[in-house]
Design a protein around this ligand. Structure first.
Ligand code: COA
Length: 151
């Protein structure tokens, strides 16, 4: 039985195992937890039948709190895919973000049909990927990263 929650209470790194499948240089579970803590919104899918109550799927959003939100990450563990968990996570996140003007995400073309189910529309986009930073290990979490950047 999978349950969903929109908070990080009692979520520890050891409950975040196995994500970022296929990433050459994936974030560690500890870094994954920091990513979730730094997000404005999260929805987690949790397998309550396992004693360790692992997180088996998650979706995150970052937002300016007024007008716009971006959904950077959605993943369901391979063993749990095909059971409607990805659809539930996405639907719940879009409900959380329903008051925003713009809700954007980037995806591969093959996933466009998945997101079209939620009345999302395809649009163009531009990206930068600094692959040497993919693990996130180089960053220390700060309470306000805006004060920590030099341009
Ligand atoms: C995409 C992902 C989150 C879907 O999770 P899931 O729990 O397997 O999805 P669901 O079981 O809710 O599937 C819902 C529908 O979407 C379809 N779907 C699922 N994964 C898909 C994919 N990769 N491409 C296209 N369609 C997909 C399913 O076939 C299903 O259709 P159906 O209702 O007609 O059977 C999951 O495949 C995943 O974690 N992929 C790796 C990470 C990733 O690609 N994330 C998205 C980043 S933009």
């Amino acid at each position: 039985m999978v349950n969903y929650q929109t908070h990080l209470d009692s979520i520890t790194a050891d409950r975040l195992q196995g994500f970022f499948v296929g990433w050459p240089n994936p974030p560690r579970p500890e870094t994954h937890l920091q990513i979730l803590q730094g997000s404005s919104h999260v929805v987690l899918a949790i397998d309550r039948e396992k004693p360790e109550r692992p997180v088996v799927g998650f979706i995150s959003a970052i937002s300016d709190g007024i007008l716009t939100a971006h959904i950077p990450l959605l993943e369901v563990l391979p063993l749990y895919q095909g059971r409607g968990i990805g659809r539930s996570l996405t639907r719940k996140m879009l409900t959380l973000l329903t008051d925003f003007y713009a809700v954007d995400l980037m995806c591969d073309d093959e996933l466009i049909p998945f997101y079209e189910r939620f009345a999302m529309q395809p649009a163009g986009g531009m990206i930068v990927r600094n692959y040497q930073n993919q693990s996130g290990d180089h960053r220390q979490q700060t309470t306000d990263f805006r004060t920590n950047s030099e341009v």
